[in-house]
Design a protein around this ligand. Structure first.
Ligand code: PLP
Length: 360
Protein backbone atom coordinates (compact mmCIF):
# COMPACT_ATOMS: atom_id res chain seq x y z
CA UNK A 1 0.00 0.00 0.00
CA UNK A 2 1.26 3.46 -0.85
CA UNK A 3 1.94 5.72 2.10
CA UNK A 4 2.53 8.63 -0.25
CA UNK A 5 -0.99 9.20 -1.48
CA UNK A 6 -3.20 10.33 1.36
CA UNK A 7 -6.86 11.33 1.71
CA UNK A 8 -7.15 13.59 4.75
CA UNK A 9 -10.67 13.78 6.17
CA UNK A 10 -11.42 17.03 7.98
CA UNK A 11 -13.69 16.08 10.89
CA UNK A 12 -14.22 19.72 11.89
CA UNK A 13 -15.52 20.45 8.39
CA UNK A 14 -18.01 17.58 8.65
CA UNK A 15 -19.31 18.95 11.96
CA UNK A 16 -19.47 22.49 10.62
CA UNK A 17 -21.36 21.32 7.55
CA UNK A 18 -23.93 19.34 9.54
CA UNK A 19 -24.53 22.32 11.81
CA UNK A 20 -25.02 24.53 8.76
CA UNK A 21 -27.47 22.12 7.12
CA UNK A 22 -29.41 21.93 10.38
CA UNK A 23 -29.60 25.71 10.59
CA UNK A 24 -30.77 25.98 6.97
CA UNK A 25 -33.30 23.16 7.24
CA UNK A 26 -34.84 24.02 10.63
CA UNK A 27 -37.43 23.24 11.83
CA UNK A 28 -37.03 20.13 9.65
CA UNK A 29 -34.68 17.51 11.06
CA UNK A 30 -31.67 16.22 9.14
CA UNK A 31 -30.81 12.69 8.05
CA UNK A 32 -27.07 12.60 7.47
CA UNK A 33 -26.67 10.60 4.26
CA UNK A 34 -23.66 8.31 4.68
CA UNK A 35 -24.26 5.84 1.87
CA UNK A 36 -21.42 4.64 -0.39
CA UNK A 37 -18.97 4.63 2.53
CA UNK A 38 -20.00 8.19 3.35
CA UNK A 39 -19.41 9.37 -0.23
CA UNK A 40 -15.92 7.84 -0.01
CA UNK A 41 -14.96 9.58 3.24
CA UNK A 42 -15.31 6.42 5.37
CA UNK A 43 -18.59 5.37 6.97
CA UNK A 44 -17.41 4.65 10.52
CA UNK A 45 -15.15 7.71 10.60
CA UNK A 46 -17.87 10.09 9.45
CA UNK A 47 -20.55 8.57 11.70
CA UNK A 48 -18.22 8.83 14.69
CA UNK A 49 -17.51 12.49 13.90
CA UNK A 50 -21.23 13.28 13.62
CA UNK A 51 -22.58 10.97 16.30
CA UNK A 52 -23.33 13.63 18.91
CA UNK A 53 -25.19 15.86 16.45
CA UNK A 54 -26.78 13.57 13.86
CA UNK A 55 -30.41 12.78 14.62
CA UNK A 56 -30.59 10.10 11.96
CA UNK A 57 -28.42 8.47 9.31
CA UNK A 58 -29.47 7.35 5.84
CA UNK A 59 -27.69 4.57 3.97
CA UNK A 60 -28.33 2.77 0.69
CA UNK A 61 -27.89 -0.79 1.85
CA UNK A 62 -28.63 -2.98 4.83
CA UNK A 63 -24.93 -3.80 5.21
CA UNK A 64 -24.17 -0.14 5.93
CA UNK A 65 -26.85 -0.10 8.63
CA UNK A 66 -25.25 -3.17 10.14
CA UNK A 67 -21.86 -1.44 10.19
CA UNK A 68 -23.36 1.60 11.92
CA UNK A 69 -25.05 -0.51 14.60
CA UNK A 70 -21.84 -2.55 15.06
CA UNK A 71 -20.00 0.75 15.65
CA UNK A 72 -22.50 1.52 18.40
CA UNK A 73 -24.67 4.20 16.79
CA UNK A 74 -28.15 4.30 18.29
CA UNK A 75 -29.75 6.90 16.01
CA UNK A 76 -32.54 6.20 13.60
CA UNK A 77 -31.11 4.69 10.41
CA UNK A 78 -33.09 4.69 7.16
CA UNK A 79 -32.12 2.23 4.43
CA UNK A 80 -33.00 4.22 1.32
CA UNK A 81 -33.41 1.27 -1.03
CA UNK A 82 -35.21 -0.76 1.64
CA UNK A 83 -34.91 -4.53 1.93
CA UNK A 84 -33.49 -6.13 -1.25
CA UNK A 85 -34.58 -9.68 -0.44
CA UNK A 86 -37.03 -11.38 1.96
CA UNK A 87 -34.32 -12.36 4.45
CA UNK A 88 -33.42 -8.69 4.97
CA UNK A 89 -36.62 -7.99 6.87
CA UNK A 90 -35.82 -9.96 10.03
CA UNK A 91 -32.32 -8.47 10.03
CA UNK A 92 -33.75 -4.97 9.78
CA UNK A 93 -36.14 -5.67 12.65
CA UNK A 94 -33.27 -7.03 14.75
CA UNK A 95 -31.12 -3.96 14.08
CA UNK A 96 -34.05 -1.52 14.27
CA UNK A 97 -33.33 -0.19 10.80
CA UNK A 98 -36.03 1.70 8.92
CA UNK A 99 -37.03 0.56 5.45
CA UNK A 100 -37.86 2.62 2.37
CA UNK A 101 -40.63 0.64 0.71
CA UNK A 102 -40.84 1.26 -3.02
CA UNK A 103 -42.08 -1.98 -4.61
CA UNK A 104 -44.87 -4.52 -4.48
CA UNK A 105 -42.36 -7.32 -3.85
CA UNK A 106 -41.31 -5.70 -0.57
CA UNK A 107 -44.95 -5.45 0.53
CA UNK A 108 -45.30 -9.23 0.13
CA UNK A 109 -42.17 -9.83 2.26
CA UNK A 110 -43.31 -7.32 4.90
CA UNK A 111 -46.74 -8.87 5.17
CA UNK A 112 -44.99 -11.98 6.54
CA UNK A 113 -42.93 -10.04 9.12
CA UNK A 114 -43.50 -11.24 12.67
CA UNK A 115 -44.34 -8.56 15.24
CA UNK A 116 -42.51 -10.68 17.81
CA UNK A 117 -39.25 -9.35 16.32
CA UNK A 118 -40.34 -5.73 16.79
CA UNK A 119 -42.37 -3.59 14.46
CA UNK A 120 -40.39 -2.34 11.48
CA UNK A 121 -40.57 1.37 10.71
CA UNK A 122 -41.37 1.93 7.06
CA UNK A 123 -41.07 4.91 4.72
CA UNK A 124 -43.39 4.67 1.75
CA UNK A 125 -41.47 5.89 -1.26
CA UNK A 126 -43.50 7.89 -3.75
CA UNK A 127 -42.38 8.18 -7.37
CA UNK A 128 -43.19 11.85 -7.90
CA UNK A 129 -41.48 12.03 -11.29
CA UNK A 130 -37.93 10.68 -11.19
CA UNK A 131 -39.09 7.20 -12.24
CA UNK A 132 -36.35 5.34 -10.45
CA UNK A 133 -37.85 3.96 -7.22
CA UNK A 134 -41.29 4.39 -5.74
CA UNK A 135 -45.01 3.76 -6.03
CA UNK A 136 -46.93 5.88 -8.52
CA UNK A 137 -48.97 8.69 -6.88
CA UNK A 138 -52.25 6.93 -7.62
CA UNK A 139 -51.27 3.95 -5.44
CA UNK A 140 -49.98 5.81 -2.40
CA UNK A 141 -53.18 5.86 -0.29
CA UNK A 142 -53.79 2.15 -0.85
CA UNK A 143 -50.19 1.13 -0.07
CA UNK A 144 -50.17 3.37 3.00
CA UNK A 145 -53.31 1.63 4.31
CA UNK A 146 -51.86 -1.83 3.61
CA UNK A 147 -48.60 -1.02 5.38
CA UNK A 148 -50.36 0.50 8.38
CA UNK A 149 -52.42 -2.68 8.78
CA UNK A 150 -49.44 -5.09 8.74
CA UNK A 151 -48.76 -6.62 12.16
CA UNK A 152 -44.97 -6.49 11.73
CA UNK A 153 -44.95 -2.83 10.66
CA UNK A 154 -45.06 0.24 12.90
CA UNK A 155 -48.28 2.10 11.96
CA UNK A 156 -46.44 5.46 11.84
CA UNK A 157 -45.61 5.25 8.14
CA UNK A 158 -43.20 7.84 6.74
CA UNK A 159 -43.67 9.37 3.28
CA UNK A 160 -40.64 9.88 1.09
CA UNK A 161 -39.76 11.09 -2.39
CA UNK A 162 -36.56 12.01 -4.23
CA UNK A 163 -35.93 14.87 -6.67
CA UNK A 164 -34.36 14.41 -10.08
CA UNK A 165 -33.00 17.94 -10.58
CA UNK A 166 -33.47 20.08 -7.48
CA UNK A 167 -30.24 21.91 -8.37
CA UNK A 168 -32.25 23.81 -11.00
CA UNK A 169 -33.67 26.36 -8.61
CA UNK A 170 -35.99 27.92 -11.16
CA UNK A 171 -36.81 24.71 -13.03
CA UNK A 172 -40.34 23.40 -13.31
CA UNK A 173 -39.51 19.74 -12.68
CA UNK A 174 -39.02 20.07 -8.91
CA UNK A 175 -42.11 22.23 -8.45
CA UNK A 176 -44.07 19.55 -10.33
CA UNK A 177 -42.60 16.79 -8.15
CA UNK A 178 -43.52 18.69 -4.96
CA UNK A 179 -47.08 19.19 -6.22
CA UNK A 180 -47.45 15.51 -7.14
CA UNK A 181 -46.10 14.39 -3.78
CA UNK A 182 -48.41 16.76 -1.89
CA UNK A 183 -51.39 15.60 -3.88
CA UNK A 184 -50.54 11.91 -3.46
CA UNK A 185 -50.02 12.15 0.31
CA UNK A 186 -52.83 14.59 1.18
CA UNK A 187 -54.70 13.49 4.28
CA UNK A 188 -52.21 10.73 5.16
CA UNK A 189 -50.53 10.68 8.55
CA UNK A 190 -46.80 10.32 8.99
CA UNK A 191 -43.55 12.26 8.72
CA UNK A 192 -42.60 13.51 5.27
CA UNK A 193 -39.17 13.75 3.60
CA UNK A 194 -38.53 15.22 0.15
CA UNK A 195 -35.31 17.23 0.07
CA UNK A 196 -31.76 16.28 -0.79
CA UNK A 197 -28.88 18.79 -0.41
CA UNK A 198 -29.69 20.98 -3.40
CA UNK A 199 -33.32 21.21 -2.33
CA UNK A 200 -32.23 22.34 1.15
CA UNK A 201 -30.59 25.31 -0.59
CA UNK A 202 -33.14 26.08 -3.26
CA UNK A 203 -36.55 24.65 -2.35
CA UNK A 204 -37.50 25.81 1.16
CA UNK A 205 -41.12 24.82 0.54
CA UNK A 206 -40.01 21.17 0.38
CA UNK A 207 -38.25 20.92 3.75
CA UNK A 208 -41.19 19.14 5.41
CA UNK A 209 -40.25 17.05 8.50
CA UNK A 210 -36.90 15.56 7.47
CA UNK A 211 -34.32 16.53 4.86
CA UNK A 212 -31.78 13.98 3.60
CA UNK A 213 -28.44 15.61 2.95
CA UNK A 214 -25.27 14.00 1.64
CA UNK A 215 -23.32 16.24 -0.71
CA UNK A 216 -23.37 19.34 1.49
CA UNK A 217 -22.28 17.29 4.48
CA UNK A 218 -18.99 16.67 2.70
CA UNK A 219 -18.76 20.26 1.47
CA UNK A 220 -19.34 19.17 -2.12
CA UNK A 221 -20.96 21.19 -4.82
CA UNK A 222 -24.63 20.42 -5.35
CA UNK A 223 -25.22 23.15 -7.93
CA UNK A 224 -23.42 23.17 -11.27
CA UNK A 225 -20.83 25.91 -11.58
CA UNK A 226 -20.81 26.62 -7.81
CA UNK A 227 -18.62 25.05 -5.14
CA UNK A 228 -19.75 24.00 -1.67
CA UNK A 229 -17.70 26.90 -0.32
CA UNK A 230 -19.91 29.34 -2.26
CA UNK A 231 -22.71 28.38 0.16
CA UNK A 232 -20.58 28.41 3.31
CA UNK A 233 -19.71 24.71 3.38
CA UNK A 234 -16.20 23.34 3.91
CA UNK A 235 -14.62 20.54 1.88
CA UNK A 236 -14.17 17.48 4.06
CA UNK A 237 -11.48 15.75 1.98
CA UNK A 238 -7.99 16.74 0.84
CA UNK A 239 -6.28 14.37 -1.58
CA UNK A 240 -2.51 14.75 -1.66
CA UNK A 241 0.69 13.00 -2.69
CA UNK A 242 4.36 13.81 -3.34
CA UNK A 243 6.53 14.68 -6.29
CA UNK A 244 8.71 11.64 -6.96
CA UNK A 245 10.63 12.98 -9.98
CA UNK A 246 11.50 16.32 -11.53
CA UNK A 247 12.96 16.02 -15.03
CA UNK A 248 14.12 18.45 -17.72
CA UNK A 249 12.47 17.56 -21.00
CA UNK A 250 13.49 19.10 -24.32
CA UNK A 251 11.43 21.21 -26.70
CA UNK A 252 9.29 19.06 -29.02
CA UNK A 253 9.44 15.93 -26.81
CA UNK A 254 6.18 14.20 -25.98
CA UNK A 255 4.97 13.31 -22.48
CA UNK A 256 3.43 10.04 -21.28
CA UNK A 257 1.30 7.36 -22.98
CA UNK A 258 0.60 8.04 -26.65
CA UNK A 259 2.54 11.29 -26.45
CA UNK A 260 -0.59 13.39 -26.24
CA UNK A 261 1.24 16.49 -24.94
CA UNK A 262 4.28 18.07 -26.59
CA UNK A 263 6.76 20.34 -24.79
CA UNK A 264 6.70 23.83 -26.36
CA UNK A 265 10.17 24.54 -24.95
CA UNK A 266 12.84 22.94 -22.73
CA UNK A 267 11.02 22.68 -19.43
CA UNK A 268 10.77 21.00 -16.04
CA UNK A 269 8.27 18.14 -15.85
CA UNK A 270 7.14 16.83 -12.47
CA UNK A 271 5.93 13.32 -11.79
CA UNK A 272 3.55 12.83 -8.84
CA UNK A 273 2.71 9.52 -7.17
CA UNK A 274 -0.98 9.25 -7.96
CA UNK A 275 -3.01 7.88 -10.85
CA UNK A 276 -6.27 6.22 -11.73
CA UNK A 277 -5.19 3.24 -9.61
CA UNK A 278 -5.77 5.51 -6.62
CA UNK A 279 -9.01 6.98 -7.92
CA UNK A 280 -7.70 10.12 -9.60
CA UNK A 281 -9.78 10.29 -12.78
CA UNK A 282 -8.08 9.02 -15.94
CA UNK A 283 -10.32 11.35 -17.90
CA UNK A 284 -8.76 14.48 -16.29
CA UNK A 285 -7.73 16.58 -19.27
CA UNK A 286 -4.37 18.29 -19.83
CA UNK A 287 -4.65 21.64 -18.11
CA UNK A 288 -6.42 20.26 -15.02
CA UNK A 289 -4.99 22.26 -12.10
CA UNK A 290 -2.81 20.66 -9.43
CA UNK A 291 -1.07 22.35 -6.48
CA UNK A 292 2.66 21.78 -6.02
CA UNK A 293 3.26 23.38 -2.65
CA UNK A 294 1.23 26.57 -3.10
CA UNK A 295 1.83 26.87 -6.85
CA UNK A 296 -1.00 25.98 -9.19
CA UNK A 297 0.34 24.08 -12.20
CA UNK A 298 -1.36 22.20 -15.06
CA UNK A 299 -1.47 18.47 -15.56
CA UNK A 300 0.06 17.42 -18.88
CA UNK A 301 -0.18 14.16 -20.83
CA UNK A 302 -2.38 11.22 -19.89
CA UNK A 303 -3.15 10.22 -16.32
CA UNK A 304 -1.61 6.76 -15.87
CA UNK A 305 -2.34 4.07 -13.29
CA UNK A 306 0.19 5.22 -10.69
CA UNK A 307 1.44 8.59 -11.89
CA UNK A 308 0.55 11.98 -13.27
CA UNK A 309 2.85 14.38 -15.10
CA UNK A 310 2.91 18.10 -14.41
CA UNK A 311 4.14 21.22 -16.19
CA UNK A 312 6.45 22.73 -13.57
CA UNK A 313 7.29 25.95 -15.40
CA UNK A 314 5.03 27.70 -12.87
CA UNK A 315 6.87 26.09 -9.93
CA UNK A 316 10.57 26.38 -10.84
CA UNK A 317 11.76 25.61 -7.32
CA UNK A 318 9.76 22.37 -7.04
CA UNK A 319 11.77 19.43 -5.72
CA UNK A 320 11.33 15.69 -5.24
CA UNK A 321 9.36 15.19 -2.03
CA UNK A 322 7.26 18.34 -2.37
CA UNK A 323 3.63 17.98 -1.43
CA UNK A 324 1.18 17.79 -4.33
CA UNK A 325 -2.52 18.50 -3.70
CA UNK A 326 -5.05 17.08 -6.12
CA UNK A 327 -8.11 18.56 -4.43
CA UNK A 328 -9.12 20.05 -1.09
CA UNK A 329 -10.05 23.40 0.45
CA UNK A 330 -7.51 25.26 -1.75
CA UNK A 331 -8.50 23.46 -4.95
CA UNK A 332 -12.20 22.55 -5.21
CA UNK A 333 -12.87 18.97 -6.25
CA UNK A 334 -15.59 20.42 -8.49
CA UNK A 335 -12.88 22.01 -10.64
CA UNK A 336 -11.25 18.62 -11.17
CA UNK A 337 -14.60 16.93 -11.77
CA UNK A 338 -15.46 19.47 -14.47
CA UNK A 339 -12.12 18.80 -16.21
CA UNK A 340 -12.82 15.07 -16.02
CA UNK A 341 -16.38 15.32 -17.34
CA UNK A 342 -18.00 14.14 -14.13
CA UNK A 343 -19.31 15.37 -10.75
CA UNK A 344 -17.55 15.77 -7.42
CA UNK A 345 -19.49 12.87 -5.81
CA UNK A 346 -18.04 10.50 -8.40
CA UNK A 347 -14.48 11.52 -7.49
CA UNK A 348 -14.74 11.28 -3.69
CA UNK A 349 -16.56 7.94 -3.99
CA UNK A 350 -13.81 6.61 -6.22
CA UNK A 351 -10.82 6.47 -3.86
CA UNK A 352 -9.28 2.99 -3.97
CA UNK A 353 -7.86 0.87 -1.18
CA UNK A 354 -4.34 1.97 -2.03
CA UNK A 355 -5.03 5.44 -0.63
CA UNK A 356 -4.15 5.95 3.02
CA UNK A 357 -6.93 7.71 4.95
CA UNK A 358 -6.01 9.99 7.84
CA UNK A 359 -8.07 12.44 9.92
CA UNK A 360 -7.48 15.94 11.10
N1 PLP B 1 -32.03 10.74 -0.75
C1 PLP B 1 -31.88 9.79 -1.66
C2 PLP B 1 -33.01 8.84 -1.90
C3 PLP B 1 -30.71 9.69 -2.40
O1 PLP B 1 -30.56 8.74 -3.33
C4 PLP B 1 -29.67 10.64 -2.16
C5 PLP B 1 -28.41 10.61 -2.91
O2 PLP B 1 -28.34 10.26 -4.04
C6 PLP B 1 -29.85 11.61 -1.18
C7 PLP B 1 -31.04 11.64 -0.50
C8 PLP B 1 -28.80 12.64 -0.86
O3 PLP B 1 -28.53 13.46 -1.96
P1 PLP B 1 -27.44 14.63 -1.84
O4 PLP B 1 -26.12 13.96 -1.66
O5 PLP B 1 -27.49 15.34 -3.15
O6 PLP B 1 -27.82 15.45 -0.67
Amino acid sequence: MSRTTVATIHLGALRHNLARIKALAAPAKVMAVVKADAYGHGLERVARALDAEAEAFAVAALGDGLRLRAAGHRQRIVVLSGPDQPGDIAEMQRLELEAAIHHEAQLAWLAEASPARGRLRAWLKVDSGMHRLGFPPGRVAEVHARLAAMPGVDPRIGLLTHFAESENFDGRATAAQIARFDEATRGLDGPRSLSNSAAVLGWPEARADWVRSGGLLYGLSVVEGRSGADFGFRPAMTLSTRLIAVNRVGKGERIGYNGTWQCPEDMPVGVAAIGYGDGYPRSAAAGTPVLVGDARVPLIGRVSMDLVTLDLRGAPRARVGDRVTLWGPELPVETIAAQAGTISYDLTCGMTRRVLFVED
